[in-house]
Design a protein around this ligand. Sequence first.
Ligand code: BTN
Length: 349
Amino acid sequence: MLLVIEILGKNEMDTIGMEEEVMATKDKILEMLQQQDSFVSGQTLCDQLGISRTAVWKNINALKEDGYVIESVNNKGYHLVEEPDVIDPKRIGEYLHTQWLAHNIVYDKKMDSTNTQAKILGESGGDNGTVVIAEQQTAGKGRRGKTWVSPMGNCYFTVLLRPDVHADRASMITLVSALALAQAVENVMGLRTMIKWPNDVIANGKKLCGILTESSSDLEYINYVVVGIGVNCNQTEFPEEIRDIASSICLETGKKVDRTRLLAEFFNCFEVYYEKFLETEDLQGLVEDYNARLINRGKDVKIVEKEQETVLRAIGVDQRGGLIVEDKAGVQRSIISGEVSVRGLYGYV
Ligand code: BTN
């Protein structure tokens, strides 16, 4: 059962009861307009829905505010000309085949940050597997305290998890997420993507996605983990300073992304990989798949550790998600994400 909670703008409705009532009517009107290539008369809408002309008019205006282009002509009625390019959280269910993930969806057009909202849910007893999705973020967060600029057209979402594993395992979920996203992009868009350790999903040498995992734990016990993911989907312009290292799925494939479908496919893939992770509480069941996508594998990389740079050969990840590197003498060690950053010898990858 998919439960979608759409957060309405404050001025849209006064009471929750009314919200539900008008939401339902608005959806019904939309459905009737979608089913008809030409005009639907105001009278037909009134008769079939048992509402007044004023109610029809109010709901049509609400749809227009949502970005639907609706032509209104006297004596003819209403004609749906164009639908907005938005994620349709209710349609996620059409593509979803998860047992528990994304059965609760919190969706809004604009949020400060989906991670911030998911953490509020985490603190207030939100269910494992709840997802928070926004079209735009006004205070999107990146790693290392950076801002994640979040214009329309991309995916910004966060998964709330309550894994029953030791707190020191939480960071591995970031790698699980990168793998799931890479697979979902391939399944939906046919685009082969790689992963730059630990969690950047890459196509043609450029970053398509960023993942920020935050957790709340009490000694060894995890209270909750939020995995926030930003995917550059339909963005076609990037600021000068990141143009060489960032891209979008649309730019790489020449095709527009159906974000609703991509989100659902991510949830499908993530649930499978995440359950493998829970089985062993590490990445042993995923190392092979992950390493097959590891862009740094077998290559010399620059490891930046406490402002010191060393060139080492990247071998692959180990069961705990560390990157195994080898020096010129053949001595191997595993490095842990968060403590170091990895760069290609001649640039980003
Ligand atoms: C990075 O710096 O690479 C990580 C960026 C993570 C951005 C996503 S967008 C959805 C979620 N909400 C946030 O505020 N951040 C993450």
